[in-house]
Design a protein around this ligand. Structure first.
Ligand SMILES: Cc1cc2nc3c(=O)[nH]c(=O)nc-3n(C[C@H](O)[C@H](O)[C@H](O)COP(=O)(O)OP(=O)(O)OC[C@H]3O[C@@H](n4cnc5c(N)ncnc54)[C@H](O)[C@@H]3O)c2cc1C
Length: 554
């Protein structure tokens, strides 16, 4: 409990008699923080803190990176903006050295201010000053962290842009043949075969840049920081990020290993309409951005551009691409599924040059005013059609069957009917793709008559389903005939489960290795299911670890 003697001089309370301050101190929260502990996070509900001892730094996530924007020392307050204007916190506050704080709830503060109006005047004046500072941060022209020079339609450059976007790193790019290249490109002159190239904000120049180089130069984690983790999560889609959030928040040393950038398939979804809590829908990249921030904030390590190549079932030693190793006490497989490939002539050559798997929001600009084609008849194709219809001149859904009703939700079919620039080409199939440097036209075959017609196309987006890529996993992790990982009852039934207890619901045939989300053998392939299973997996990890400890003790 805080006593009057514990309080330093607090200028905002100068007008309050000491017995009232003593009363407030006794009924306020006594918060003690170790170095790095947070008192409050950006977005949290209003309240106010007084620093009694130590030093607090104010941080804000700018450009995907947490930056320190101020500090508070004994006698100073924080929370003045939320408490005055009734808004959530605009920054996070963490201890730069061991600290002690007095936590004043909104109710306590307003009771005090009603009795001593000068307190409100003072706090409001500080708030007004701080708002000026925040406005300065918001108004500062955003400085891109990387500048890319690339050829139009270069798939490597497209992958880099997607990668930067998914990692929330601001970047600009200059086309190699742009008339203003000389003024906009800040790097040295480069030959064509040295592109794509990047100048990073640390001044380094990356020629023929790949995602791993970029990650390392822009400060993204590509190597584990610890020797051993309580939970290593393979895959940073919705299931993996949910597991990371729960694992880290429940005190487990948690590492996520993601082969590309966090977000998974959800990142390629232009609008997820059915995720609880987002009444007007949420884009996949926004959901991924929030989840990544949350996982990191809670202390999970998230490694990018690293692929898990193997797992030793007995020791749970994980082998990464390039041969590095990570030791894990438990493993959560959240590797999802990968797009099924199309084999039409011209497809591979034009991939990334007007032809894409899925529908990332970042592709919207390239479809502006174009006639584009979406291959598939499921909900993902329908959502993408609705999204691109606001950008492209026309959107044609190329559907093999004779109706959408069998594969698409009713609400989407209704929405599509209401969009005059969306067309549906039933019993049609993509036969070939044409174009030199970029996609120009496609051949569509009518499955009923066999007639082939060539149509101009400014973009082809493929939504024909996905497969689990689990061939790299050791045989001890049993998969079904389609490659999905068996867990729980299916693992028990496989005849390969060797413990005397039953496997947990999400446990594979290897004790302590769990699977969740789309990679798991289950008919439900949804964001909500992936998130739910990711969080449940951590509950089973706890049980497994507790069991392992008691077995060792016994
Ligand atoms: C276009 C589209 C629209 C969709 N719309 C909706 C919707 O509206 N509502 C809905 O509920 N669902 C929707 N879905 C489905 C939803 O996105 C998936 O169910 C969900 O993303 C599954 O999450 P996951 O984490 O299990 O797998 P994924 O999202 O597939 O993530 C798996 C991650 O693991 C990584 N990975 C794979 N192998 C390795 C390895 N060996 N090492 C390291 N990392 C690895 C991958 O790079 C990937 O990032 C949509 C899907 C798509 C493609």
């Amino acid at each position: 409990m805080i006593t009057f003697e514990d309080l330093p001089v607090i200028p905002v309370f100068a007008s309050v008699p000491s017995q009232d301050i003593a009363c407030l101190a006794q009924s306020s929260g006594d918060v003690r923080l170790g170095v790095g502990d947070y008192a409050v996070h950006e977005g949290d509900e209003r309240s106010m803190f007084v620093v009694l001892a130590g030093r607090i730094e104010v941080t804000k996530v700018i450009d995907g990176i947490e930056r320190v924007i101020g500090q508070r020392v004994p006698g100073q307050i924080f929370g003045e903006v939320p408490i005055t204007f009734g808004t959530p916190y605009q920054g996070s506050y963490r201890a730069a050295e061991a600290a002690r704080l007095m936590h004043v709830s909104a109710r306590q503060f307003h009771a005090l201010a009603a009795a001593h109006p000068a307190v409100l005047t003072q706090v409001a004046a500080i708030a007004a000053e701080r708002i000026g500072g925040l406005k300065g941060i918001a108004m500062a022209p955003p400085k891109a962290r990387a500048l890319m020079l690339a050829h139009q339609g270069d798939d490597g450059a497209r992958q880099l842009r997607t990668f930067l976007g998914r990692n929330q790193i601001s970047h600009d790019w200059v086309l190699a043949d742009a008339p203003d290249r000389a003024t906009r490109w800040t790097g040295p002159p480069l030959a064509d075969d040295e592109l794509p190239a990047l100048v990073c904000d640390d001044g380094s120049l990356l020629k023929r840049a790949c995602c791993r180089d970029v990650a390392e130069h822009l400060g993204l984690q590509t190597r584990p920081r610890g020797g051993e983790y309580d939970a290593v999560i393979v895959g940073g889609g919705p299931a993996g990020l949910a597991a990371a959030v729960y694992g880290a928040s429940e005190g487990l040393r948690t590492l996520v290993i993601e082969r590309e950038a966090p977000g998974g398939q959800a990142e390629t979804s232009s609008r997820i309409e059915n995720y609880l809590g987002f009444p007007t829908g949420v884009s996949g990249d926004e959901l991924a951005r929030r989840a990544l921030q949350q996982a990191r904030r809670l202390g999970a390590e998230v490694m990018v551009t690293r692929t898990v190549a193997d797992i030793a079932p007995d020791t749970k030693v994980i082998t990464l691409d390039g041969g590095d190793h990570v030791r894990a006490r438990s493993i959560v497989l959240a590797t999802g599924v990968s797009w099924r490939r199309l084999s039409s002539p011209g497809f591979d050559r034009l991939l990334g040059k007007g032809v894409f798997y899925g529908a990332s929001r970042s592709e919207a600009g390239t479809t502006q005013g174009q006639d584009i084609h979406l291959i598939g008849a499921g909900n993902s194709a329908g959502q993408a059609a609705m999204f691109f219809a606001n950008h492209a001149r026309t959107v044609t859904l190329v559907v093999r069957g004779d109706s959408l009703e069998k594969s698409m939700s009713h609400y989407l079919i209704e929405q599509i009917r209401g969009k005059p620039n969306i067309r549906v080409a039933l019993h049609s199939e993509l036969q070939a793709l044409h174009g030199e440097k970029l996609l120009e036209a496609i051949d569509l075959v009518d499955r009923a008559t066999g007639t082939v017609r060539r149509v101009a196309s400014g973009g082809v987006f493929v939504f024909i389903g996905a497969d689990a890529e689990t061939g790299w996993m050791p045989d001890a992790i049993t998969r079904d005939e389609r490659g999905f990982v068996c867990t729980g009852e299916a693992a028990a039934r496989s005849g390969r489960w060797q413990m005397d207890r039953d496997p947990y619901l999400l446990e594979t045939t290897v004790p302590g290795i769990f699977a969740c989300g789309d990679v798991r053998c289950s008919p439900v392939k949804r964001v909500a299911a992936a998130v739910g299973e990711g969080s449940m997996a951590i509950a089973f990890v706890h049980q497994y670890l507790a069991h392992a400890i008691s077995a060792r003790a016994g």
